[in-house]
Design a binder for this molecule. Structure first.
Ligand code: E4P
Length: 218
């Protein structure tokens, strides 16, 4: 499963690239606003740092506006994925970009029907928002499973990008549901690495070794 960082903070991205575990980045208008960055400059910086797909979202709500903004975003770098809201206008823009061979991420997906329509419109990625569905009392992981079943049944190639993931348990569930990718905040990425028993076990190994009075491996 691909792992994307869900952030517009450039330092948070570059600090997590060394192990080769970050396959891409997703941003949205809220994240860019929070980072206090200019959209085009920040997306260019992220694309310079990361080889994989970098989702950059339009803010227009009409098809023509989305197409104009999406084309400008796509000109930043070849790895830009144009992020479009799952609205009627967004799906028309998605179809147009698919015909032009441009990558799209259809976002704010909250139902299997929406995901079906995005796949039919030629979306490269569909982003179901697991955490926000749970916030509203729904079954976010169940939605991932339903979308997987529908896409497999009809052979849709749209990749399922689990989004709005709030913790490591969400990432595990997305992987078990067969999602192609998960986008996660940097904090959740760090939490995935850690386990209390790993820390405890390492401390015991090092204490035993220190007790021998030897230094390093010699
Ligand atoms: C995904 O593309 C979104 O940027 C993100 O996952 C939304 O997460 P949130 O619901 O925690 O804001």
């Amino acid at each position: 499963m691909q792992i994307f960082l869900d952030t517009a903070e450039i330092d948070a991205i570059t600090a997590r690239l060394d192990a080769g575990l970050v396959d891409g980045v997703t941003t949205n208008p809220s994240l860019i606003a929070k980072a206090g960055a200019a959209v085009f400059d920040r997306i260019a910086e992220i694309c310079d740092a990361v080889d994989g797909p970098v989702s950059a979202e339009v803010v227009a709500t009409d098809t023509d506006g989305m197409i104009a903004e999406g084309r400008r975003l796509a000109e930043i770098a070849p790895n830009v994925v144009i992020k479009l809201p799952l609205t009627g206008d967004g799906l028309i823009a998605c179809r147009r970009f698919a015909e032009e061979g441009l990558q799209t991420n259809v976002t704010l997906c909250f139902s299997a029907n929406q995901a079906l329509l995005a796949a039919k419109a030629g979306a490269s990625y569909i982003s179901p928002f697991v955490g926000r569905i749970e916030d509203a009392g729904g079954d976010g992981i169940g939605l991932l499973e339903d979308i997987r079943a529908i896409y497999d049944q009809y052979g849709y190639e749209t990749e399922i990008l689990a989004a709005s993931l709030r913790g490591p348990a969400h990432v595990e569930a997305a992987a078990l549901a067969g999602c192609d990718a998960a986008t996660i905040p940097p904090k959740v990425f760090d939490q995935m690495v850690s386990h209390a028993l790993t820390d405890k076990g390492l401390a015991a190994f090092l204490a035993d070794w220190k007790a021998t009075g030897r230094s390093g491996l010699d």
